[in-house]
Design a protein around this ligand. Structure first.
Ligand code: G6P
Length: 372
């Protein structure tokens, strides 16, 4: 097993390091003449023109990729998109039909909850498309179409490289469907293609520049009993994922919140010394959203929170109120999650390691849950 880890202390460490490749391999072969064209979806143009609703379904980490996918599909394809946890989807009477596209996301392609949701959607006449990392798995076989993520085999229970590949595949899907439906402008499309091509290098930059810093932070926090994560827009699913990673492998109580919810409840949790990660959206995309999150930071800081900020390079507005600043390179709004999640993965991994835990095999969890 140590040979398979290629010199890394764990599969998780190896898989975190492989993320630039995972993103690059997922993009590869899907850009043609400066536009996103997913060859596996050739022949489905009429389907994409005919749908009026998208439901994205998944479990666990994949469901957070789904939340980012919702933004991508609405932004570029201009189709209403909702995210449903697979196990919540079929035990009611959801309104779906032949104009509904149900997109499932699963690294393994074998998660029983997700498989049952796909089967249910098909029986109800919906069209189904799966985003999957495992060639020939059950979920893609049960779907009308599949977009594979090319992250390579993921061994560690806690998903890392499959997650960034899932987000990448959903960005590609939004752009592909947007092109087919004529809803994405040439300028938007060109900008997105440039972002996709630059993304692997930026992930590598986060790894190179922040790994040691974040690991040191985690070392200092080995006795922490609770960590909160705040994010807004596509930073919200990343806050959820940061919290899940910490629960899964460090066994620390962690919660992710939409930053806008802070004043509606979670702020009551803030007491002196409470560590809070805050994902700060770029001021270049929305000065308003940025200002709102900076004001959240001020609010929790005033109540004694220990604030760890993840912000883009050059964002100086966060400096007066942050205990620690983790930097990510500049990227388009919907591309930031792929970068912002990396420090959170490293944090969870380093904290688990500091506590002497086995990061690859967390207690009570299975890599793929094949029972309902
Ligand atoms: C299990 C794993 C999670 C994973 C989820 C979905 O619960 O422990 O890490 O996110 O299944 O797995 P899938 O293979 O469907 O992406």
């Amino acid at each position: 097993a140590s040979a398979e880890k290629g010199g890394w202390p764990s599969f998780m460490a190896k898989e975190v390091a492989e993320q630039p490749e995972a993103v690059a391999n997922t993009v590869r072969g899907r850009i043609r003449d400066g536009e996103v064209v997913i060859p596996e979806l050739d022949g489905l143009d009429d389907l994409f023109r005919g749908i009026d609703r998208v439901i994205i379904t998944a479990c666990g980490t994949a469901s957070y990729a789904a939340l980012v996918g919702k933004y991508a599909i609405e932004q570029w394809a201009r189709i209403p998109a909702d995210v449903e946890l697979a196990h919540e989807f079929r035990y009611r009477d959801p309104v779906i039909g032949e104009n509904t596209l149900v997109v499932s996301i699963s690294q393994s392609g074998e998660t029983m909850d997700t498989l049952m949701a796909v089967k249910y959607a098909r029986e109800r006449g919906a069209r189904t498309l799966s985003v999957c990392n495992t060639q020939g798995a059950t979920i893609p076989r049960e779907s009308d179409a599949v977009v594979y993520t090319h992250a390579g085999p993921e061994v560690a229970v806690a998903s890392t490289k499959a997650f960034v590949a899932q987000i990448t595949a959903l960005l590609l899907l939004g752009l592909h469907v947007g092109r087919v439906r004529g809803s994405v402008s040439a300028a938007e499309s060109a900008a997105a293609v440039a972002e996709l091509e630059a993304l692997p290098g930026k992930v590598a930059k986060v790894l190179a520049e922040e790994q040691a810093h974040v690991a040191q932070l985690a070392g200092w926090m080995a006795d922490t009993r609770s960590v909160l994560f705040l994010g807004r827009h596509v930073g919200y699913p990343i806050a959820l994922e940061g919290a899940l990673k910490l629960k899964e492998i460090s066994y620390i109580h962690a919660e992710g919140f939409a930053a806008g919810e802070l004043k509606h409840g979670p702020i009551a949790l803030i007491e002196p010394g409470q560590p809070v990660f805050v994902l700060v959206p770029s001021p270049r995309h929305s000065a308003l959203l940025h200002a709102k999150v900076v004001s959240n930071i001020q609010e929790i800081r005033a109540r004694g929170a220990r604030v760890i900020v993840i912000a883009e390079e050059g964002d100086a507005a966060v400096l007066p109120f942050a205990d620690e600043v983790i930097r990510i390179p500049l990227a388009g709004a919907l591309f930031e999650p792929v970068l912002a999640v990396v420090p959170l993965q490293i944090f969870a991994m380093a904290l688990a390691t500091a506590k002497g835990l086995d990061v690859d095999q967390p207690r009570n969890l299975a890599k793929s849950v094949t029972v309902e």
